[in-house]
Design a protein around this ligand. Structure first.
Ligand code: ZN
Length: 96
């Protein structure tokens, strides 16, 4: 998938359309003490385990995210491009 380097889009801080710079969003470090992580760890404790015959859901591909930066206020907003795909997102290509 291709995405342009610069996009004219709405900035919620400036409340106007400005030419934003697009960058690939990188996944941050997972917080070990986050609520979801603690919940998951609690579920893994004890003798519960997986029920027989139950299959885990395997998601196909990943969501491609970009970070848009406003040149006026330097605020960043995240945007997902399309849905789950195995294709890599390319920035800098002409056209949307
Ligand atoms: Zn702005």
């Amino acid at each position: 998938m291709k995405y342009p380097k610069e996009v004219n889009t709405y900035c919620p801080v400036c409340k106007a359309h400005t030419v934003h710079k697009a960058k690939l969003a990188s996944k941050g470090k997972a917080r070990t003490m986050a609520m979801g992580n603690r919940k998951h760890q609690r579920k893994l404790m004890g003798h519960g385990g997986k029920r027989a015959g139950e299959k885990t859901v395997k998601k196909q591909g990943k969501r491609q995210k970009i970070v848009l930066e406003c040149p006026a206020c330097k605020k960043k907003t995240e945007r997902t491009i399309g849905t789950r795909t195995k294709k890599k997102l390319e920035i800098g290509a002409t056209g949307a």
